[in-house]
Each structure stands twice: as structure tokens, then as C-alpha cells.
Design a protein around this ligand. Structure first.
Ligand code: MCN
Length: 743
């Protein structure tokens, strides 16, 4: 196996005049230096598609071809006998660039009319609502660029044996990468095998296919030896996809009673240099605007979603994609309405929330919310935190000069999307289905292969629970296999909180089919009708006659070592079932979060004093995993709310290239969590299951932003940007005497 290192552009936009690799090639241990000239004929660029109007396609080559379009783009690849030699040789590759003008901001890109995507939506008379409403609010909100930063960066290892390309990839989407590599390398997809070993975090970043994946595979095929590339942290911060980077202008018409009468919004995302494959740069603004109406009744709504091209890395998926900004904007608006009308923030929400009996509810953006009970979730979380008592404590603290704030956020979240959602969005490269194969071997032990790998969500545990329950075997008898496309059926992958829904629809459904077969086989052995056979605790027995029983191992053996005369009732040999599943969703989950924060008036630093939430993902398969997902999601949301910001200068140079500069939340930033649940089952899904893996990240920035705004109320601070930077708070506080605020 040999190692690969990329030579990356120090310029955000430049023509590549010459690449001189002669010195690098001479270094001992170097096997080759590849440029676009070498790969052009071997690999096609990544060109994601989006059906419908308003889409300008881009082509992202495996190595920059003639021009670099962001700082950090891969220009050449060095292959050497070790990672150390490759890194040394990388330094010896001389690239001559001719710098070109750089677009480094949304405004610059808009002025140059560099639009990658534009889509509009209109429902009802927004102009009329804005003209006639007693109260109209207008505000601009911004969300900084974020770096998804999984603990384990990207990694890919490819091997071409003359017949098959075998790729070990740290990916969320094995089937998609299989199809894509086959297409860009001009191979039949059955000649591309993807294996996904344990993945140390993905958070949406690894749902994409990157040029690095293509370059490593193409070079391995060319060299005929296994080639490995593991991303360095600097590369992860500079050249992997980034997220959010959005500005939203909103106008909202409000009645005297605080009821929202109409909404107009325009979101512009800084999409970077290329559309990300396969999701495209449409995802972020479309996601935000689609979910902006939230769990509220507004029906009059108009939006424009825009993504512009800049000289930065492409914008991609990151936990809560689009929805985090949507919830932040809506929840800040509602708190502003409350403030302007002298209402409590909880009261404004009560007056606008969709009541449980109104579900299924079609939102102002045209989404069908299947289930939810936000009025109940709100009351439940308010009781849990003793909201009245909390406000009294806050008043006492403020009287003592402490800046304490309480923030509330309600959000609904689309999860468990199937093919229909991706087709409707025009995302033709995302299949939308999932699948699982469940096999019981002749000794009664069970294995399960799925199309969707886990990146830390605990799939092996929850799939095991579902399958073991249905097949009546102990959990230790079930093995969930790491994804290998040779053995696993085709699907889409783990993203968009589709895992729980997919495992219920595929793995559990496949186990149900096997159980029926076990009942039929056991019925034959026990001389009973299959319907009378109970399958539990590793045995099949006749209902009501626990002693008339056989072990499942005996039953399973029968399926493979056939009895004389064959299996009863024309049953086929073997105990294996594969189920392909198209999730009928989206299923809508949601939560109400309450954050209590304290702002340090000297430093502007925000500390989270309490964090409570009521979460609804329908029936919970595994409470410990679900709570763990909430912890992780909220932790990432805290990063977005207070810390994380990818910064580029006007020349497109990255200023936050290490984790010393890009501030991820640490243990001492994270509070203790008070989590409780409410279960409104989805009428669409067997068992009522809904997803939840992104929820924490959606709710936390909104709740924290509202809490900070509440803490500094009266000091003139406008909380309209994420992250909420201490220097912004302190600048405002500095302008006013500390005694000027009132409780
Ligand atoms: N679950 C459950 N009961 C439910 C719903 C979910 O027990 N009613 C369990 C599921 O069985 C699964 C987990 O909770 O083990 C998350 O399920 P789900 O919400 O369906 O989400 P996915 O499995 O599809 O995971 C994807 C989601 C997303 S989109 C991102 S991004 C994300 C996240 O999960 N990335 C993660 N959580 C992550 N957690 C870790 N550790 N690492 C990541 O990269």
C-alpha cells in the first residue's frame, strides 16, 4: 500500500500556469506525481444535477484543471511509499499561479451575478398582509460558515486488482459513492466495491462524494496498487465542504394579538466554488426557507432561495442543514414580536402553534406535517423548568446586576425522507430508498446487512434490538455487519435523520418475513399450524403448550439441511430476506428547548446555566441512544450559537485553518441536560417511528440566541447573527451604563 498527499492551492482564484514536479519525483520513495493532465482522461469531474429551473451546473474535477477556485483546492497528488515521504515531496512540487480577482462575499458574488441556484415560492397574498398588518417587522439574519469537523477526518483507500476497484471509505453513503465512482471512472458499478469500516463521525460532511475520492481511486487504478489518503485536520478545515453561510432578509406581518399573518423571506447562501455532489448548493437556502414557518399556523408565505458562487470550498450538508437557520430566524422573530407587543414569549407561541388536532397540516411552504403536539410539548417543558419560578429567579439576579436570560425555541424537523422528497426537490442523484438483508444461519444466529452505515448513531444496537425482538433471539445472537456493497443491498445512506425510519422499514420488515418462515418450518416440526407457533427466547413453541417446543437452531437447520421430501408447503430453502424500503415520509419530529444563560458584562462571554427540552420522535427504540443524540446535537448547536465561524479575508484566504482558530465547543462549554419526551407517533410509519438525530443542532442556536437576547435586553444588542460573538455583545454593553436596563 502506498500513501497519497495532495498539493493544495494557496490562492483562492488563480490560473495554473505550470506544475513542475521534477524535484519531487526525484525524492526517494516517490512513485508518481499526478496533475489534471494525468487524470483528465481517467476520471470525469463531479457534476451534480438538480431538475427544474434556476440551476447553474458546475463541474468539480478530481484535480484543479487550468484554474483553482478556492484556497485549498487540490492541484496535484503525490504518491509515495509512506505518508511522510508523500508529505515531504508535496513541498517540492512547484506550481506557478497567476492570481485572478476573488469573490469572497455574498455581496461580491451577487454584484457579479454569479448565481448557482434560485427558486421562488408563493402562497397567499403576502403584499396584502404586509400592507394591512398593524405590526410589520423587518430584519436581516446571518449565519456564519461552519466546518462540520468530525473527530475523524475524511479517509479513503482504493485498490484495483485488474477487475474490481475495492474502496474502503469513511462515508455515510456507500451506494452513492459506488455509483458515482463507477460513472466517473467509466466502470460497471458491479466492478466497484465499497467497504465502510467504523466511521468516527460524519455529521453530513461524509454524505458527499469528493474529488479526493475520485483522485485516489483513479490513481490506484492507474498504479495497480492500493493507495491510501487520510485527510489532515488542516485539509479538513480548508478543503472539505463547509456549511450554513447564509443571510436571510425577512418581513413578517403580525396582528395586534401576536398572530403571524404573513411572511416574506429571501435567503442567500454563499455556496462556494462548486455544487457539492450529490446534494448541490441548493440544500441550505431551500432547507431554511422550507422549514421557516416551523410548527406555526402561518399560511401566507413567499420566499426566494438563492445560492451564489464564491471562491471558497463548496457548501454541503451539516447536521440540521438549513433547518438550524430556519428555526433561528423564526424563533428570533417571535421573541421580537413578544417584545414589541409586551407579551411573554410563551404566549406568542401559544397563539401561533399548530394544535394537535390540526395534524396532518400542510405548512405555508407546502410540506405535510404528519404529527406533533407542540402546545403540549411547550407546557411540558415549561413545567419541567418551573418557568414562573425561573422568571422570578431571573428578576432577582438582574436586580443584583447579573445578566441572566431565558430563551425558548420550538422547531419541527423533517426526518425519514423517501424518494418522493428528493424527486420533488429535483435531486436526481439521490436514490431515496434504503434496504436490509437479514439472514438466520443454520445455527440460529442472525446477521443483518444494511445499505446505511453508522457514524456513531448506534445503529448496530438499535437494529439488533428490532431484529432480535422479531426473531425471538437474544441480542447477542444478532450481528449487524459493517457495510460492504458486495453483501449489502443498494440504498442511499445515513443522512437526513432517516436511520430509525429506514431500519424499521427494511431490517425489521425483513426480520418479520423470516419470522413467518420460522413459524412455518417450526409448525412442520411441531405438527402445529404456523399461526399457533410462538417464536421467542430462542425457541419455537406451540402457543399454550410451552413444552411442545424446538430450539430455533433446530428450525434453522431444517431450512438448509432439507428433510426427505423437501420443505413443507412448497417453502424455499434458506432463511434470508431482503427488503427494499421507500420511506413514506418525511416524518416530522420536533422539540421545545429552553436555555438559561448568563452573560458576563466584562467579557461578553456567555455561559449556559440550564438546558432543558422536550423531544418528540414518536416511540423511542433506545432511550439512551436518543438522549445521547440530543447531547451531541445540542453540543454542536452550542458551537454554532456561540463559537464556530470559518473566517476568510477579502482575498479568500482562510484565517481559521487550525482548531486553535476555529473554536469547537469543549466540555466546559456544555451544560447538564434535562431531557424529557413526548411521543406523537407518525401515522405514516410502521410503529409510528420518526427520526431525531439532527434535532439538538436545530433547536439549540435558536434557544440560546433568544436567551442571550433576553439577558442583554434593553442594552441595545441585536441578536441577529450566529455565532453570537462576545465582542459584539461587549461593544454594545460598553456603550451604555450598566444601570440603564430594567427587569
Ligand atoms: N432512534 C431511536 N428511536 C427513535 C429515533 C431514533 O432509538 N424514535 C435512534 C436510532 O435507532 C439511531 C439514532 O437514534 O440509532 C439516530 O436515528 P435517526 O434520528 O433516524 O438518525 P440517523 O440514524 O439517520 O442518523 C443521522 C443523523 C444525522 S442526519 C447526522 S448529520 C448525525 C446524527 O444522526 N451525524 C452523527 N448523529 C450523529 N451522531 C454521531 N455520533 N455521529 C454523527 O456523524
Amino acid at each position: 500500500m502506498v500513501s497519497l498527499a495532495f498539493v493544495r492551492s494557496p490562492h483562492a482564484h488563480a490560473a495554473i500556469r505550470r506544475v513542475d514536479a521534477s524535484t519531487a519525483r526525484r525524492l526517494d520513495g516517490v512513485l508518481g506525481v499526478f496533475t489534471a493532465d494525468d487524470l483528465r482522461a481517467l476520471a470525469r469531474p463531479l457534476q451534480p444535477r438538480l431538475e427544474g429551473d434556476g440551476f447553474t451546473p458546475t463541474a468539480w474535477p478530481a484535480l484543479a484543471d487550468g484554474r483553482v477556485n478556492f484556497c485549498g483546492e487540490a492541484v496535484a497528488a503525490v504518491v509515495a511509499t509512506s505518508g511522510y515521504v508523500a508529505a515531504d515531496a508535496r513541498e517540492l512540487v512547484r506550481v506557478e499561479y497567476e492570481p485572478l480577482p476573488v469573490l469572497a462575499s455574498i455581496d461580491a458574488a451577487l454584484a457579479a451575478d454569479r448565481v448557482l441556484f434560485r427558486r421562488r415560492h408563493r402562497q397567499g397574498d403576502v403584499d396584502g398582509a404586509l400592507t394591512n398588518a398593524p405590526l410589520v417587522l423587518r430584519e436581516t439574519f446571518e449565519h456564519a460558515r461552519c466546518a462540520p469537523s468530525p473527530l475523524e477526518p475524511r479517509g479513503v483507500l482504493a485498490d484495483w486488482d485488474g477487475e474490481t476497484l475495492t474502496v474502503w471509505a469513511s462515508t455515510q453513503t456507500p451506494s452513492v459513492i459506488q455509483t458515482t465512482l463507477a460513472a466517473v471512472l467509466d466502470l460497471p458499478s458491479t466492478r466497484v466495491r465499497i467497504l465502510v469500516p467504523d466511521v468516527g463521525g460524519g455529521f453530513g460532511l461524509k454524505s458527499h462524494v469528493f474529488p479526493e475520492d475520485v483522485a485516489v481511486a483513479a490513481i490506484a487504478r492507474q498504479l495497480g496498487r492500493p493507495v491510501k489518503w487520510v485527510e489532515e485536520r488542516r485539509e479538513s478545515l480548508a478543503a472539505a465542504s463547509q456549511a450554513r453561510a447564509q443571510r436571510m432578509d425577512v418581513e413578517v406581518a403580525v396582528g395586534r394579538d401576536g398572530v403571524l399573518l404573513g411572511l416574506r423571506a429571501r435567503a442567500v447562501s454563499d455556496g462556494g466554488a462548486y455544487h457539492i455532489y450529490p446534494l448541490t448548493g441548493a440544500l441550505e437556502p431551500l432547507g431554511s426557507l422550507g422549514i421557516l414557518p416551523g410548527p406555526y399556523r402561518t399560511s401566507v408565505y413567499e420566499y426566494e432561495a438563492v445560492t451564489v458562487a464564491t471562491h471558497k470550498p463548496p457548501l454541503g450538508a451539516y447536521r440540521g442543514v438549513g433547518m438550524t437557520m430556519g428555526a433561528f430566524v423564526m424563533e428570533r422573530l417571535l421573541d421580537t414580536v413578544a417584545e414589541r407587543l409586551g407579551l411573554d414569549p410563551t404566549e406568542v407561541r401559544r397563539r401561533n402553534l399548530i394544535p394537535r388536532e390540526a395534524y396532518p397540516f400542510t405548512s405555508a411552504s407546502g410540506m405535510t406535517y404528519d404529527s406533533g403536539d407542540f402546545p403540549k410539548a411547550l407546557e411540558q417543558v415549561l413545567a419541567a423548568v418551573d418557568y414562573g419560578g425561573l422568571r422570578l429567579e431571573q428578576a432577582a439576579a438582574r436586580a443584583a446586576g447579573r445578566l441572566i436570560g431565558v430563551g425558548i425555541a420550538c422547531y419541527t424537523e423533517y426526518t425519514g425522507m423517501g424518494a418522493e422528497v428528493f424527486r420533488r426537490r429535483g435531486m436526481s442523484d439521490v436514490p431515496g430508498i434504503e434496504a436490509a438483508t437479514v439472514t438466520m444461519d443454520a445455527d440460529g444466529t442472525v446477521s443483518c446487512a444494511t445499505s446505511f452505515p453508522s457514524q456513531g448513531q448506534g445503529h448496530a444496537t438499535t437494529i439488533t434490538q428490532l431484529v432480535a425482538d422479531r426473531l425471538g433471539v437474544p441480542m447477542k445472537s444478532v450481528r449487524v455487519l459493517p457495510v460492504d456493497t458486495l453483501a449489502a443491498p443498494r440504498g442511499s445512506g445515513t443522512f437526513g435523520s432517516r436511520g430509525a425510519v429506514s431500519m424499521a422499514g427494511s431490517a425489521a420488515a425483513a426480520a418479520d418475513r423470516l419470522r413467518e418462515k420460522l413459524q412455518a418450518l417450526a409448525g412442520h416440526l411441531l405438527e402445529a399450524s404456523p399461526a399457533d407457533v410462538a417464536v421467542e427466547e430462542g425457541r419455537a413453541s406451540v402457543r399454550g403448550f410451552p413444552d411442545r417446543a424446538v430450539t430455533l437452531a433446530e428450525v434453522a437447520r431444517l431450512a438448509y439441511w432439507l428433510p426427505r421430501g423437501g420443505l413443507p408447503g412448497g417453502l424455499e430453502p434458506g432463511l434470508e430476506a431482503t427488503v427494499y424500503f421507500n420511506p413514506p415520509g418525511p416524518t416530522f419530529s420536533g422539540a421545545v428547548h429552553v436555555a438559561v444563560v448568563e452573560v458576563d458584562p466584562e467579557t461578553g462571554r456567555v455561559a449556559i446555566r440550564r438546558y432543558a427540552l422536550v423531544e418528540d420522535c414518536g416511540p423511542v427504540i433506545n432511550p439512551m441512544i436518543v438522549d445521547g443524540q440530543v447531547h451531541g446535537g445540542v453540543a454542536q448547536g452550542i458551537g454554532e450559537a456561540l463559537l464556530e465561524r470559518v473566517v476568510y479575508d477579502d482575498g479568500g484566504q482562510l484565517l481559521t485553518g487550525t482548531l486553535m482558530d476555529y473554536a469547537l465547543p469543549r466540555a466546559d462549554d456544555i451544560p447538564a441536560f434535562e431531557i424529557s419526551h413526548l411521543e406523537t407517533p407518525s401515522p405514516l410509519m410502521p410503529g409510528g417511528l420518526k427520526g431525531m438525530g439532527e434535532g439538538g443542532t436545530i433547536g439549540a442556536p435558536a434557544a440560546i440566541a433568544n436567551a442571550v437576547a433576553d439577558a442583554v435586553r434593553g442594552l441595545g444588542v441585536r441578536v441577529t447573527q450566529l455565532p453570537i460573538r462576545p465582542e459584539i455583545i461587549i461593544n454594545f454593553i460598553g456603550k451604555r451604563p450598566m444601570t440603564s436596563y430594567s427587569t
